[in-house]
Design a protein. Structure first.
Lengths: 403, 438
């Protein structure tokens, strides 16, 4: 009976340019770097992966289904730097086998700092997705799968969502299986889909690891693991970054071939099928209640917020940023508002993480800075300029209204 | 394992990192049970000829300063052999050479043929006369005499001044020679190298069986500037003595009126004082309540004072002169940030000491120590704008200062002299095992 539910996170941040305390202009973002990275990832991942998924949907006559969450910051970049990717996503949307999820437009941590801003960004994202792909998202995923009971309150109060995706962390499951649907003590209406992190990470992280005893991972072997869920689970949620295909796992690791064969292998077992998150929610009842008083995420082994909030640099930068909210919004200046929002993307704070910095690992791979300190300095310089900017704007606003 | 070690300075008679390094290394070797004979010139007079190295000699310092008990406890396997050089003056360079050659001949007759090559390099140096040359070679001659009375397995020579001694001892005894490069003439003098020193360095490196470089930066210089093959050069990073008081929490909350940015080191071309001052000028454009302290002395001191005045920041820059002991501790206590703008720094022990004293550091990328430290700020020495940018950030954002201090203080503990000694030990073992002629 297991329904395999694929969800791919599709995101690229808007990286900052090198900005010193002596810089005065308002050009904060490194357009040429963002463009070249966007084009590179489009060619290595988005385009070939989209074509593959499209092929698989057609070959399997609509029985293969997936879900995407594409951030607003990436959609903007794709429209500008790689419009061909947008057409392939559009083609995917037309198949009816693809669900688009909702998240904060700027891939932000706003849930932790400003519920107002959080909701505004979700609305902005929903509207964008509807405008681009003609469907209105019904399922929400928060940045980095950050989740707690409180998130359910906010999401339920918006009245537009049926479910939330989050991490199947051991500490919240307490021995229970991630392969069922759960609800929160705060709401019986909102359903929770939990990432099966073992099977997800077999693909996303371990696939090309030659020290892994299961290497090389073949589609039939993986299908066997999925089949084992048969009888003790409804759904197997495979949640991962879309960049797994071609970017984190390079093409020569065989990741695309693996994916090409996976649907066929999975559906060899007559009880298996593929479902989108909304279909999973509609198909199965909730089996238990998950109480999550403390915030979790899908990051690192800790599954907590320490990758974004673990040191004084990160928390000071975040506090300073959200402290500006009211003033920024008071200006009524859309350029200032957009810049402020682009600074909220979680990656900026991830770059400041000192946790594994000295060891050099996955954190380093994604980091455009030499050190977390450099990223903090750069960020604070930009924020310093933004602060001057909105203050000046507010001053002219009062002068105008006053005069 | 017995080591015949040749050094030029040892605490408290130090002018820079070399003495500190020799102390740390020998202490750790001693802990591992190795016997080290450390040969040190007791009284040397470099006079005004010393433009690249500044020396403190025993004559300048009261003997009662040395805590002999403490020394003996820490360095129990180390025998010090001081060469009281002025008491055995050689009449001339010629006389010195005759003596050395006579000794080498005597040894060669005992040992059979071979090992004649090393004497050539002494020939090539012979036409440089002058005090430095005389001193270096006087030290060499005395070392050879000492070596003949000692029993040891390897020779370990620190920096160019001891290389002639190292080469001579190796030639006489046939023991393997390791030269340890703490700094090269290119680091100290840029492109204006002193040819005599370069020649000594080069001869020492070529004569050596193994070269220890204090960083990959230095290893690259050795390979590219001295024509040495890579397989002969090992990198052994320096360590740091854990002598700080740990995080002194009482500092937090001290409300000073002014921020202090510290430069501590010799004020010489190598240390890039003009870049420090250039950055200071830029910082003062956006911040007012900052003082820049330049602690140290050197041949560019006067130029630095003039430059500060010309930049119009004279009142914001304080020159303290050479500091030691308690004064160094005090200046660290006051500092908000330590800045090292070295143009070429083979290693750089000073930033480690700053971190040890809870001071965050900004170091030039052109330094060996930047290969081992991650929780520090880095900039290219010439990038005055970026140096200033980072100084401002540290002064402006307390969380940054705190994070750098906490992580840096922790990271610096991982740099242990024990690890450096372990690596030296491996090299000793390799060499003494492969030596056939003893």
């Amino acid at each position: 009976m297991p329904s395999v539910c694929f969800y791919f996170q599709v995101h690229q941040p808007c990286r900052l340019r090198h900005y010193t305390v002596f810089d005065k202009d308002h050009k904060y973002f490194d357009d040429s770097k963002n463009k070249s990275i966007c084009r590179k990832v489009a060619n290595k991942c988005y385009l070939p992966a989209n074509r593959l998924i499209l092929d698989l949907i057609r070959q399997n006559n609509g029985k293969f289904k997936v879900a995407y969450s594409i951030t607003g910051v990436l959609l903007e970049q794709l429209a500008e730097y790689a419009p061909e990717v947008m057409s392939t996503f559009d083609a995917l949307a037309q198949t009816g086998c693809v669900e688009f999820l909702a998240e904060t437009y700027y891939h932000s941590l706003s849930f932790l700092y400003s519920r107002n801003e959080f909701k505004e960004q979700i609305y902005k994202h929903i509207e964008t997705i509807e405008r681009l792909f003609g469907v209105r998202p019904k399922v929400f995923r928060n940045t980095e799968l950050i989740y707690s009971n409180d998130l359910v309150d906010v999401i339920e109060s918006m009245g537009i969502f049926d479910g939330i995706l989050t991490e199947g962390a051991d500490k919240i499951l307490g021995g229970r299986s991630p392969n069922f649907i759960y609800t929160s003590p705060r709401s019986s209406r909102i359903k929770l889909l939990l990432k099966n992190y073992t099977l997800s990470d077999d693909i996303a992280f371990r696939f090309s690891n030659r020290d892994w005893c299961e290497w090389p991972l073949m589609a039939y072997k993986f299908s066997d693991w999925v089949n084992k869920v048969n009888g003790n689970g409804y759904n197997v949620n495979l949640f991962m970054d879309y960049e797994t295909f071609g970017e984190h796992q390079w093409e020569d690791t065989g990741i695309f071939d693996f994916m090409r064969h996976l649907p066929g292998e999975i559906m060899k077992h007559p009880d298996n099928n593929f479902k989108t998150p909304s279909e999973v929610i509609a198909s199965y009842p909730a089996t238990d209640i998950l109480d999550v008083p403390n915030v979790i995420s899908w990051a690192d082994t800790e599954r907590d917020l320490s990758a974004w909030l673990g040191n004084p640099l990160q928390s000071s930068a975040l506090h300073e940023l959200y402290r500006m909210e009211q003033q920024v919004k008071l200006t009524g200046d859309s350029a200032i508002l957009t810049d402020w929002r682009k600074l909220q993307t979680s990656d900026h704070f991830y770059y400041m993480c000192t946790k594994y910095f000295a060891d050099g690992d996955v954190h380093k791979y994604f980091n455009p800075y030499d050190s977390p300190y450099d990223s903090y300095i750069n960020f604070m310089n930009v924020m310093g300029n933004l602060e001057k900017r909105y203050k000046a704007r507010l001053k002219t606003n009062t002068a105008v209204t006053g005069g | 394992m017995k080591v015949f070690m040749l050094g030029w300075e040892f605490p408290p008679f130090i002018s820079g990192g070399l003495g500190t390094a020799c102390y740390g290394l020998t202490k750790a070797l001693s802990k591992m049970g190795l016997e080290v004979t450390f040969v040190l010139p007791r009284s040397i007079s470099m006079g005004s000829h010393s433009t690249h190295v500044q020396m403190r000699t025993p004559a300048d310092i009261n003997d009662s300063d040395i805590n002999l008990v403490e020394y003996e406890r820490n360095l129990k396997n180390i025998k010090f052999k001081a060469i009281d050089s002025p008491l055995k003056p050689y009449a001339s360079n010629e006389a010195y050479r005759r003596e050395i050659e006579a000794m080498i001949r005597a040894k060669q007759q005992r040992c059979g043929a071979g090992k004649a090559v090393e004497t050539n390099c002494l020939d090539s140096l012979a036409h440089y006369a002058g005090d430095m040359y005389t001193e270096v070679h006087r030290y060499a001659a005395s070392s050879v005499k000492l070596a003949l009375q000692e029993d040891f397995d390897v020779i370990h020579a620190h920096d160019w001044m001891t290389f002639p001694a190292g080469m001579a001892v190796a030639a006489v005894t046939g023991k393997p020679l390791i030269v340890h490069i703490h700094s090269t003439e290119f680091d100290r003098s840029g492109e204006n190298v002193n040819q005599m020193i370069y020649d000594i360095e080069r001869a020492g490196m070529h004569a050596a069986d193994k070269i220890i470089a204090v960083s990959f930066l230095t290893r690259n210089i050795i390979i590219s500037r001295y024509g040495i093959t890579g397989d002969k050069v090992e990198v052994v990073y320096n360590g740091v003595e854990r002598n700080g008081n740990g995080l002194s929490f009482n500092r937090i909350g001290i409300n000073k009126d002014e921020k202090i940015v510290l430069f501590l080191g010799r004020i010489t071309m190598q240390k890039g004082p003009e870049y420090f001052l250039g950055a200071a000028k830029k910082v003062l454009e956006v911040m007012d309540n900052v003082k820049f302290v330049m602690a140290g002395s050197g041949d560019m001191m006067r130029k630095a004072v003039e430059l500060a005045a010309n930049l119009g920041i004279g009142s914001k820059v304080l020159f303290t002169g050479f500091l030691r002991g308690e004064d160094v501790r005090k200046v660290y206590e006051m500092a908000d940030l330590y800045v090292m703008t070295s143009v070429s720094e083979p290693f750089g022990i000073a930033p480690l000491e700053a971190l040890n004293n809870d001071v965050p550091v900004l170091i030039s990328r052109q330094s060996g120590v930047s290969e081992v430290l991650t929780h520090v700020l880095k900039a290219d020495f010439w990038d005055v704008n970026e140096i200033a940018n980072k100084i401002v950030a540290v002064l402006k954002y307390p969380p940054l200062q705190m994070a750098l201090r906490e992580h840096g203080n922790y990271e610096v503990r991982k740099l242990k002299w024990d690890d450096a000694a372990q690596k030296c030990m491996q090299i000793y073992n390799q060499l003494s095992a492969s030596t056939v002629c003893v």
